[in-house]
Ligand binder design. Structure first.
Ligand code: 4AD
Ligand code: MG
Length: 430
């Protein structure tokens, strides 16, 4: 007898198959028991009638608690009313484990309760939808760069130096030497761009963010392209194409999951090129017009980003921030050296920053000055300076945070559900 996964059950219409899974819910009516069985690929209703099965099997179906693991044998029958279009007419059940008091019931639970049981919570339909879209987002992101002949180059996790400022570094002992968990693969991608022209890395990055917000994880995943012979304009263009492609991909492949999440897809359908591009100065004007007390020269806070991102109906790119609020590696704008040739992309609907990047300082002398000015240890950057000694060229890149982007696309209110096992300031478990 064939074994089938639920998502491919239509191939077996009219045949008896075996489905292995877990009981997600059940109800009874007279001499019929309706078992909702999930197997990771989908959910199917298995109908147990007293007339069709042995007394032992019928009684067993009454004892099955939520999340009991089982194999159901039954006839595949088309039913227009069924969620996936099919149901199983059960002839036999084999139980792997009878479960009695699964803690996560269909009633409402608090977030702390659920987060403490994240290892079980992953089985719920909502978490399932989010994490399947996460899978799709990563597929799309990699496909985008692969199709454009970028080379995937993995960056190291242990690093000798800070990339994104020293306040969020995770320090660790590396055989008696000081090492840090990576904040970004960028510096290594710059080496990669000089070797391969167009590269990207995709991996976990770490920031000891001491504030508790809905937009910050301690461990998050970033995809970071870097391109040789590219300037800020080219970088913005690439970022715009990239985000438009990801949203289109998810709208095309994940309608069912977006429905489970009750995501209003109208705003996502508007995410088509061109995206508005404004300078930092223009962004400051918007904040002032909207009654904020923002002062030129500061970086935008979470609240400012919310306001800015609600101003436009699609992602907005903000470029040329004051160099003083940005990282050491950024190139200055020759038309106004107080500004950096950088850009952030803010997702709409109040979500805020999903991308940070820009054009890199490619001049050796200027880069040395910047490392000094930021009080960074020159020894840790000797290899990075080599890149400006041996064939330096204009180059640019960016990093897109997978979880921030997913949170926006799924319409979530907090980053904690966008990653299977989130690391938050007060959470290292499970
Ligand atoms: O703006 P950031 O700090 O830029 C960089 O790390 C650059 N070195 C990237 C590059 O140019 N290659 O971070 C990039 C993105 C942010 O826009 C955001 O989406 C995400 O990474 N991010 C976080 N996501 C979740 N939790 C955090 N604590 C994050 N910090 C940054
Ligand atoms: Mg940033």
């Amino acid at each position: 007898m064939e074994k089938s996964y639920i998502n491919t059950i239509s191939r077996f219409e009219g045949q008896v198959v075996r489905v292995m899974g877990w009981l997600s819910n059940k109800r009874s009516s007279g001499s019929i028991r309706f078992l909702l069985v999930r197997d990771g690929t989908g959910i199917i209703q298995a109908v147990v009638s007293r007339a069709d099965v042995s007394t032992a099997v019928f009684e067993l179906s009454d004892q099955l608690g939520q999340e009991s693991s089982l194999e159901v044998q039954g006839l595949v029958r088309a039913d227009r009313r069924a969620p996936g279009g099919y149901e199983l007419v059960v002839s036999d059940i084999t139980v792997f484990q009878l479960v009695q008091d699964y803690p996560i019931t269909p009633k409402e639970h608090g977030t702390t309760f659920l987060m403490d049981r994240r290892h079980l919570w992953l089985r719920s339909s909502r978490q399932h939808a989010i994490l399947k879209i996460r899978h799709g987002l990563i597929t799309a992101a990699r496909k985008f760069f692969d199709d454009r002949d970028f080379v995937l180059l993995d960056a190291p996790i242990f690093t000798p130096a800070a990339c994104e400022g020293t306040t969020t570094l995770f320090e660790t002992d590396y055989f008696g030497e000081r090492a840090y968990l990576t904040q970004s693969g960028q510096l290594y991608m710059e080496a990669g761009a000089m070797a391969f022209g167009k590269v990207y890395c995709f991996g976990p990055t770490f920031r000891a963010e001491k504030s508790k917000t809905r937009r910050h994880l301690i461990e998050f995943w970033m995809i970071e392209p870097e391109v040789a012979y590219c300037d800020l304009e080219g970088d913005m263009e690439l970022a715009e194409d990239f985000v438009a492609f990801i949203v289109e991909w998810i709208l095309h492949h994940y309608q069912t999951e977006l429905k489970v999440l009750e995501r209003d897809i109208e705003p996502l359908e508007k995410v088509i090129k061109p995206f508005p591009r404004i300078s930092y100065d223009e962004a400051v004007d918007i904040l002032k017009q909207k009654g904020g007390s923002f002062e030129w020269g500061n970086d935008f806070g979470g609240g400012d980003e919310t306001v800015l991102s609600q101003t436009f109906d699609r992602p907005v790119i903000i470029h040329r921030y004051p160099a003083s609020v940005k990282a050491f590696y950024m190139k200055n704008d020759h038309q106004n050296p107080d500004l950096a040739l950088c850009m952030d992309m803010l997702a709409p609907e109040g979500y805020g920053e999903i991308i940070g990047g820009g054009q890199r300082e490619d001049d050796l002398g200027a880069l040395v000055e910047k490392i000094k000015k930021h009080n960074l240890p020159m020894e840790a950057f000797d290899w990075y300076l080599d890149l400006r000694k041996y064939g330096t060229v204009p180059h640019a890149g960016f990093g897109l945070g997978i979880e921030r982007t997913l949170s926006w696309i799924c319409g979530l209110s907090h980053l904690r559900e966008t990653i299977p096992f989130p690391r938050l300031i007060y959470r290292l478990k499970p």
